[in-house]
Ligand binder design. Structure first.
Ligand code: 5AD
Ligand code: SF4
Length: 473
C-alpha cells in the first residue's frame, strides 16, 4: 500500500485544502503517515503571503533531493498558493519535484498522482492568470472542489472548517491572495449546509465558516447574506449535536447591522470577530487600498460592542509597509491601545512580486525598524491581552473540550523513543486538556480523557495573556 504525507503551512484555507486532499487520497486506498521520510508521496501545501514562508518550502524541498535520488519512485509535490504563483519556476529550482498544483486544482491530485505512477512524467495543473484572462475564464479555471469529508483526515474530529467563499476581490495593494486564489465566489448555501450536516454526522461539534472576506458572503441562489447563512446553520445546530458556529475573516466594510444582530440573537453563533485593521494610519490604509478610513474602522468596532456586548475581536497588522513613518506607526499603536483586541496577529511587510505595492512603492522601511515596530506592537498587545484575560479570574466559562493540551502531549511523546506511545496506553485518570470559550479564549485544565468532545463548565483560577487555567465544575 502506498503512503503519503502532507506538510501544511499558511492559513485556514490551506489547513482545509490539506484535509480535503488527505480525504481523497485515503479514499483511493493510500495510507497517511506522519513523516516525509517514510512516505511514498510527499506533498507540500504552501503559502505565498510572505517571502519567509516560501523560503522555508524551498529549503524543505532541497532536503528531499537526496531521498529522491535514493528512491526515484518517491513522488514530491508542491501544491497551494506557491504552486500557483511560481509554477514552472518550481521545477527549475527543484528538478526533483514531480507535481505542481494550484489551490483551484487540488481535487485533481489523485488523478495526477496516478498519471505520474503510470510513467507520464511530471504533472502541472494551475488556474488561468487573473491578469491575462476574463473573469469568467478565470473563475471556471478555479472550479475544482471536492466536498467529501473524512473524519480520519481531520486533526480534530470535533472541529472543522467549511468553505463559505473562495478567492478575494479586495486587491489590498500588498497582498498576493487575489492573484493566487482567484476571484471572490460564494458557495451555494445548500452545499454549505449539506457539507456541514455530513460533518455533524461524523461527530463534528464546532464548524468555522471560512473565506478571505466571509462577511461579504452572499448565497448565489437566494441572494441571502452571511446573516441568513448563519441563521440556517443555527437551525442545523438546533436539530443536531452541533454546538458552535464561527466565521472568519471579516472585512471592516461589511459589518452590517443584520450580521451583528445575527451574532447577538443566534445562540449557536459564537461572539467572536476577526476583523483585520492592518494599520491605524489613514495615509497607510489608503496606500494599502483597504477601502476604509480609520474613523470607519472605529465605527465598526463601536457598532459591534454596542450590539454584541462581551464579543471578542481580533485583528491583523502589517508593520513597516512602504513609506510608514513613526507618526503612522504611532497611530497604529494608539488604535491597538484603545481597541482592546483579544489578540493581534502582527506581520512585518514582505514585498510580493505581482502586487500593486511591489510595482508602485519602494520597500523603504529598514528591516531593523520593522523588527522594532513589530516588537513594540506585540508588547502592547500582550499587555492588553494579559489585562483582559485577568478579568476572567474566578468566573465560570463554558468550553468545548478539544483534546489534550499541546505541552502535555509533548511530554507523553518524549517518554517513548519511537514517539508511538498513545494516550490509551498511558491510561492516566486525568490529563491536561484544552478547549475554548465562546469568545475563543484558550482554556487549560485537568480532566479525564473521556471529556474530549464534550461541553464543560470551567472555573478560571489563573490567567496569562493567551491562556486561562481552571478546573471542571
Ligand atoms: N506582507 C506582510 N503581511 C501580509 N499580509 C498579507 N500580505 C502581506 C505581506 N505582503 C498579512 C495581512 C493579512 C494576513 C493574513 O497576512 O495582515 O491580514
Ligand atoms: Fe489579501 Fe486584502 Fe483579500 Fe485579505 S482582503 S486576502 S489582505 S487582498
Amino acid at each position: 500500500m502506498l503512503s503519503f504525507h502532507i506538510e501544511t503551512v499558511g492559513c485556514q484555507m490551506n489547513a482545509l485544502d490539506s484535509e480535503l486532499v488527505a480525504a481523497a487520497l485515503l479514499r483511493e486506498g493510500f495510507l497517511c503517515v506522519d513523516s516525509p521520510k517514510k512516505a511514498d508521496i510527499v506533498l507540500f501545501n504552501t503559502c505565498s503571503i510572505r517571502q519567509h514562508a516560501e523560503d522555508k518550502i524551498y529549503s524543505a524541498l532541497g532536503r528531499l533531493k537526496f531521498a529522491k535520488q535514493h528512491n526515484p519512485n518517491k513522488i514530491i509535490g508542491v501544491i497551494g498558493c506557491m504552486a500557483q504563483k511560481d509554477n514552472q519556476e518550481i521545477f527549475r529550482r527543484a528538478s526533483h519535484v514531480d507535481l505542481v498544483v494550484g489551490p483551484g486544482q487540488i481535487a485533481l491530485i489523485p488523478e495526477l498522482i496516478h498519471r505520474i505512477q503510470r510513467g507520464e512524467g511530471p504533472q502541472i495543473e494551475l488556474s488561468l492568470d487573473r491578469k491575462a484572462h476574463s473573469r469568467h475564464e478565470v473563475e471556471s479555471s478555479f472550479e475544482s472542489y471536492d466536498p467529501l469529508r473524512e473524519a480520519q483526515a481531520r486533526h480534530n474530529p470535533y472541529l472543522s472548517y467549511v468553505r463559505a467563499m473562495f478567492g478575494c476581490n479586495q486587491f489590498c495593494s500588498y497582498c498576493i491572495v487575489p492573484l493566487v486564489r482567484g476571484p471572490e465566489r460564494s458557495r451555494e448555501a445548500e452545499e454549505i449546509l449539506a457539507e456541514s450536516a455530513l460533518l455533524v454526522e461524523q461527530g463534528c461539534r464546532e464548524i468555522t465558516l471560512i473565506g478571505q472576506t466571509v462577511s461579504k458572503y452572499q448565497d448565489p441562489s437566494s441572494g441571502a447574506r452571511l446573516s441568513g447563512l448563519l441563521e440556517r446553520m443555527n437551525d442545523l445546530a438546533e436539530r443536531t449535536s452541533l454546538e458552535r458556529i464561527r466565521f472568519v475573516t471579516s472585512h471592516p466594510n461589511s459589518m452590517t447591522p443584520d450580521l451583528l444582530q445575527a451574532v447577538r440573537d443566534l445562540p449557536f453563533v459564537m461572539p467572536y470577530f476577526h476583523i483585520p485593521a492592518q494599520s491605524g494610519s489613514n495615509a497607510q490604509l489608503k496606500k494599502m487600498n483597504r477601502g476604509y478610513t480609520i474613523e470607519k474602522y472605529r465605527e465598526a468596532l463601536a457598532q459591534i460592542r454596542e450590539t454584541v456586548p462581551g464579543a471578542s475581536i481580533t485583528s491583523d497588522f502589517i508593520v513597516g509597509f512602504c513609506g510608514e513613518t513613526e507618526e503612522d506607526f504611532d497611530a497604529t499603536m494608539r488604535l491597538v491601545e484603545e481597541s482592546r483586541f483579544k489578540n493581534s496577529y502582527i506581520f512585518k511587510f514582505s514585498p510580493r512580486e505581482g502586487t500593486k505595492a511591489f510595482e508602485l512603492y519602494e520597500d523603504d522601511v529598514p528591516e531593523e525598524v520593522k523588527r522594532r515596530r513589530n516588537n513594540d506592537l506585540l508588547a502592547l498587545q500582550n499587555r492588553i491581552s494579559e489585562e483582559d484575560s485577568a478579568t476572567f479570574l474566578g468566573k465560570n466559562v463554558e468550553i468545548l473540550v478539544e483534546g489534550e493540551s499541546k505541552s502535555a502531549r509533548k511530554i507523553a511523546h518524549t517518554a517513548d523513543s519511537d514517539g508511538l506511545i498513545s494516550l490509551e496506553s498511558l491510561a492516566p485518570s486525568t490529563i491536561q486538556l484544552t478547549g475554548r470559550t465562546p469568545c475563543d479564549r484558550i482554556v487549560v485544565f485537568d480532566g479525564a480523557p473521556n471529556l474530549v468532545g464534550t461541553m464543560q463548565n470551567i472555573r478560571i483560577t489563573k490567567t496569562s495573556a493567551f491562556t486561562l487555567f481552571g478546573e471542571v465544575l
